[in-house]
Design a protein around this ligand. Structure first.
Ligand code: GCV
Length: 835
């Protein structure tokens, strides 16, 4: 349905700006407005000199040519020697010192950093892009192009930048068959049918995006690893992908399976202390490095969600990590050992059990036992990418072990590319959070993971990206801001969310002030908005935890071993994690932080229910009760998304038609889903608590007529599971070839908008036809793709028919025509005055 709607909107749009697919993301190099372009043309030399022949430096040169051609409509002349006229000179500092000492200033650059300078020598003005490494040259080039695209002056350049930390990587959870675990932008750019894709041009495009942000490494297969990646036969496939990324300075890493010595190595064990296993890892690393000498290293998910790990053979995580790390060490490789180790079969009846404790419990006693090329890769929060979590205590625990933070760019629990949620503000809260890990200094997470607090040799940030073959990369143009923001923060975590989104918006959609204002304010508020309707106060995302992680299912987290419990009952809600009364999780933090989380009074409202079980009548700092906050935040969230869609609509003609239409469709869909969440969560808690909404909104939906109360021909009424997935807890579906539901309008006469709330499951393409007094007013086919085959909140969709003249007694007939396993389900219609 959504795709059709997009197509219709595209066709209807007036001829405007050229249609853009989103493929170039923030590297569009759109032509600059004439007076601005002229200024840059005057300031820029006509020649570009490239010192060095290394692939990233050559990429820098071609990128510069491409960018200047796109933005300024000028073709720079490429040269290998410094001319006597003004030139842009690009190379490493060492190369520049050798070829043109007059252009190199005293001083140094470190760690993939760059230096942009305007140099006047012998009356000639040059622009020098110097890098510490080849990568630095590339990063400096992208920085110069960004400055031009953002309209910043390049007249007297003196800008030196060094990244905050050496590890700025992304991970990909891509399976060798081309599917992606938790990917929402189509099939894998790397793999197809067990091999690297024939055409790897999208990998190269992706490398370019990564390089523009300073990202220098990526793993290319799922952490739920297929052991085949380590087989000798597969090696040529890895070589091909590494070749496609190398020109962009992006190293490749592999996710490995800890059982590989046995599953593909022909051994009888994978015990890391077994001499045969030690030899297996060493020989394997040697073999891979012979083919890919610049391989970044390995990533491992062990003892987690069914993956084998050292516990199966009575060894520690340190034993496991060090054996693999020692195999990588001679080649300069690093080993990321994921801190995401937990038991997903925990007994929920034991009030001391707590999944949040797992990372710290597993690694605390091993601090100092890991080799120096091992990194514990720690998710931002102690659970699993929920809409709000505190920073993982493990960041503050490890002193003698390297660590990196793992952030999730792909929006697994955050609306899966169907909801716009800009995650940078959330990441910043964690990165800036002071863990109080060392007396006498501030110890924010960003400094801890960079190794700056305890003097570790290295550290950094890893983002789970999972882009796909869709031209928009993520299935939603707005989601690109998360990859952009991740990269910018990995380079410099001190940038503000505002600055990042401002840059991204202008690079992605242009400089029109109304566009910039609309997009930036939407993006900046979008995380809070999403939290408002999916899981406020630290409840975590109230989604289908054991299923698709997308739709609403408040109790899916409960009474199972996955440990994402919120323990809502008649009296109260929240998980008690204090030391005094709960699981003791709060005590895993350093004392100053632990004290804050220990008591209800000092825990911030946003995390209250993460740390404490409280009565629904518990007052928040605002004076509002917890239950009223749950109601209000859901209404507020849904209203805000409706406003996003309206605000976006006002940008028509200011953004190219294609992206305008696609984002509009996405926001309208999100606005519809936010209502489903609002109604479902509010009803659930109303039923559970028995406490009325002070504004009396629950169950009172102006103009809503339930499908189960319509006059039905062949449609059958059915209960929906979980009940909060449908209005009135019921829906109707059609067990035969064609069914009818007739609604009688009993309101005043006038122009009305009619919303039809139906169910669009992913196993068919049912048709709907709507007539008023026998006159057809709308018809559509339900072909949207959402991750459910069931009639539930995830498949809940809406079709709005605007401007119908209705009089009391008019009959609205909906015909449902099932197709495949899609039964033309209906939830309700809602009739409201046309605005
Ligand atoms: C790759 C969550 C996700 C899984 C993912 C896992 C992980 O549980 O739902 O899909 O597995 O995290 O990070 O390993």
């Amino acid at each position: 349905m959504l795709r059709r709607l997009v197509l219709v909107l595209v066709l209807m749009a007036p001829i405007g700006l050229r249609a853009e697919s989103g493929l170039d993301a923030w590297l569009r190099y759109a032509p600059l407005e004439e007076p601005v372009a002229r200024r840059y043309r005057d300031a820029l030399p006509a020649v570009v000199v490239t010192l060095g022949t290394e692939a990233p430096v050559q990429s820098a040169k071609s990128e510069l040519l491409r960018g200047i051609r796109g933005m300024l409509n000028r073709n720079l002349r490429a040269a290998a020697r410094i001319p006597s006229e003004p030139a842009i000179v690009i190379g490493t500092l060492a190369q520049i010192r050798q070829a043109a000492p007059q252009l190199a200033a005293a001083g140094n650059i470190e760690g993939d950093g760059f230096w942009l300078r305007t140099v006047r020598s012998n009356g000639v003005r040059s622009i020098v892009i110097a890098g510490d490494t080849d990568r630095g040259v590339l990063y400096g080039t992208f920085a110069l192009l960004r400055k031009i695209a953002l309209g910043e002056s390049i007249n007297d350049l003196e800008q030196k930048e060094m990244p905050y930390s050496p590890i700025r990587w992304v991970n990909h959870w891509e399976n060798l068959d081309g599917s992606i675990e938790r990917g929402y932008g189509g099939r894998s750019i790397f793999w197809e049918n067990g091999k690297a894709r024939e055409d790897l041009s999208r990998v190269s495009d992706y490398g370019r995006l990564l390089a523009s942000l300073g990202i220098n490494g990526t793993s290319i297969n799922n952490v739920n690893a297929d052991a085949r990646v380590l087989s000798s036969e597969f090696l040529p496939q890895i070589v091909r992908v590494a070749d496609a990324l190398r020109p962009w300075g992006v190293k490749v890493a592999l996710s490995v399976d800890f059982g590989s010595p046995r599953t593909v190595g022909g051994l009888t064990t994978f015990d890391p202390l077994d001499p045969g296993v030690i030899a297996y890892w060493k020989n394997k690393a040697d073999e891979i490095y012979r083919a890919v000498p610049d391989l970044g290293g390995f990533v491992l998910k062990a003892d987690s969600e069914g993956r084998v790990g050292p516990s199966a053979v009575g060894r520690t995580h340190a034993d496991a990590a060090n054996v693999v790390a020692r195999a990588l060490k001679p080649h300069g490789g690093v080993f990321f050992y994921r801190g995401f180790v937990y038991d997903n079969r925990m007994d929920w009846r034991n009030p001391k059990n707590d999944r949040a404790r797992a990372a710290d419990d597993n690694f605390r006693n091993l601090d100092g036992k890991f080799d120096d090329n091992v990194f514990i890769q720690i998710k931002n929060g102690p659970i699993d990418y929920q809409v709000r979590e505190p920073a993982s205590p493990l960041f503050g625990t490890l002193e003698k072990t390297n660590q990196v933070i793992e952030l999730q760019i792909t929006q697994e629990y955050m609306g899966q590319g169907r909801h716009t949620v800009f995650l940078v503000p959330m990441w910043k809260e964690v990165l800036d959070f002071d863990m109080r890990a060392r007396p006498g200094m501030t110890t924010p997470v960003k400094a801890l993971v960079a190794g700056k607090v305890f003097g570790r040799p290295s550290g950094g940030m890893i983002g789970v990206s999972n882009v796909g073959l869709d031209e928009s990369w993520f299935g939603n143009h707005m989601s690109q801001a998360n990859l952009y923001g991740f990269g910018r923060l990995a380079w410099n975590p001190d940038l503000s969310s505002k600055q990042i989104i401002d840059e991204w918006t202008r690079l992605t959609f242009g400089d029109d002030p109304k566009v910039v204002e609309t997009v930036t304010s939407m993006q900046l508020s979008s995380w809070r908005t999403y939290e408002n309707y999916t899981g406020p106060l630290g409840l975590q995302t109230l989604t289908d935890i054991t299923g698709n992680h997308y739709g609403l299912a408040v109790e899916a987290s409960e009474r199972n071993g996955w440990g994402q419990w919120h323990f809502a009952d008649e009296k109260g809600v929240g998980m008690e994690r204090s030391v005094a009364r709960g699981t003791g999780f709060a005590g895993q933090y350093r004392p100053d932080v632990a004290k804050v989380y220990e008591s209800v009074e000092t825990t911030p409202d946003d995390l209250l229910l993460f740390f404490h079980h409280v009565p629904y009548t518990q007052k928040l700092r605002s004076g509002k009760t917890v239950i009223q906050y749950i109601y209000d935040s859901h209404y507020e969230g849904a209203e805000t998304v409706a406003k996003y869609a309206n605000d976006w609509r006002a940008l028509k003609g200011r953004i190219d038609d294609r992206r305008f239409a696609e984002v509009l469709a996405q926001l309208q869909y999100q606005a519809g889903q936010a209502i489903v969440w609002r109604d479902g969560v509010a009803t659930y808690f109303f039923k559970m608590s028995g406490i009325a909404d002070a504004k009396n909104r629950i169950g009172n939906y102006p103009g809503r007529l339930e499908a189960e109360s319509a006059a039905l021909k062949d449609y059958a009424v059915r209960a929906v599971t979980p009940p909060e997935g449908a209005s009135g807890e019921k829906a109707i579906d059609c067990p035969v070839a064609r069914c009818e539901a007739t609604f009688k309008y009993s309101g005043e006469s006038g122009w009305r908008d009619v919303t039809v709330r139906y169910f669009d499951v992913n196993s068919g393409a049912a048709k709907y036809r709507v007539s008023v007094n026998g006159q057809l007013v709308a018809e559509w086919t339900a072909t949207d793709r959402v991750p459910t085959r069931r009639i539930d909140s995830a498949s809940s969709a809406r079709h709005i028919i605007e401007g119908i003249q209705l009089r009391a007694g008019d009959e609205i007939l909906i015909e449902g025509i099932p197709e495949g396993s899609e039964t033309a389900g209906l939830d309700y219609i809602e009739i409201v005055p046309t605005p």
